[in-house]
Design a protein around this ligand. Sequence first.
Ligand code: SAH
Length: 393
Amino acid sequence: MSTAAKPNLIGLNPVKLTALLESMGEKPYRARQIMRWVHRRGVLDFSAMTDIGKTFRERLARETVIAPPQLASRHDADDGCVKWIIGTASGSAVEMVYIPEGGRGTLCVSSQAGCILDCSFCATGKQGFDSNLTSAEIVGQVWHARRELGSFEGGDGPPVTNVVFMGMGEPLLNFDNVMDAVDLMLSDYAYGLSKRRVTISTAGVLPGLERMRGRTDVSLAVSLHAPNDELRSELVPLNKKYPIAELLEATGKYMKDLGESREPLIEYTLIRGVNDHRQHARELSVLLQDFSCKVNLIPFNEFSEVSYRRPSASSIGNFRKILQDAGLIVTVRTTRADGVAAACGQLTGAVRDQTRRRERFLRRGESDASNGGLIHSEKSDTRSAAGPRGTAR
Ligand code: SAH
């Protein structure tokens, strides 16, 4: 058996790991033992797994691997945030960020190397798209963070209490791998996170939202960014396929199925002169007046390739006040880890672009984002990626 063909145990969710071990003639509790070693204690070496008989340990070592992705580099910001770069099997690099806050520690993970959606204001999209991350590469980000922070069982490092899929990529276009990784994040034998503290953030992939129902009960964030379809289609081209009304309806359905008092987070990146007028705030208030949710305003994080700018603090404050006066619950995301380019939408890694979008983007030269010139029609990309398996390779 070649190494490439050996199953990688770190990315197998509880059901798949149990099935594999059963196929090797073992009882289900073996899966729990292995998950505890790998995900709770950070142990990768079979020979250290002392509650498993020697003969079976040796067989596991011959026939399987436990291989987290490769950790390429670490960047510590002054405010305690840490950004790591992870090498993927496909030859790209993706980023993840740890954000400590009080007793909480939020890990922002990537789900794809690059992104096909090409939202006009997102640096990741400008890199083009390489590949879906495997479940091992997704959950491996949590594994690496815990190891780097010294917070595996017995360690006294800062904990990872929350995971948000707000790094590179569109999680719902890599549905199966993301869900397998989420299973491990939630499993008591692995990371044991609360379903409320794992958040999938989506630009609005409706088939993915549909599939989430019945498959998972984690928290949901929706990237809205505009109060009407015309403007949203400029910022988030996917909106042409899945417009706002349908997106909100699908979001409401998912939340309703959870059957508890849980609300989605509506993300709204504020861009100066583009979607930050008082009129936009009023329109948003009307749009969301009967929609149970929390609104998170994200002041635009600037990057060199587009000319968009962040609004002033006072216009962010005005926007917020209009929403609050209309009865909405609103938070403003503070920018952290600025010094290491790890804020929302600044995660670029190094994507081996398979779409040649980056090349075309650079060739187009003038990056005047305000005229919508960046929002070229890549309908074919969008269509193929919104297919059932979500892979655009
Ligand atoms: N594909 C997912 C995850 C994207 S990143 C999604 O669309 O939700 C998480 C959030 O950061 C999204 O709401 C995204 O729109 C926002 N974002 C992207 N670029 C940004 C930028 N330059 N400044 C501020 N927020 C940005």
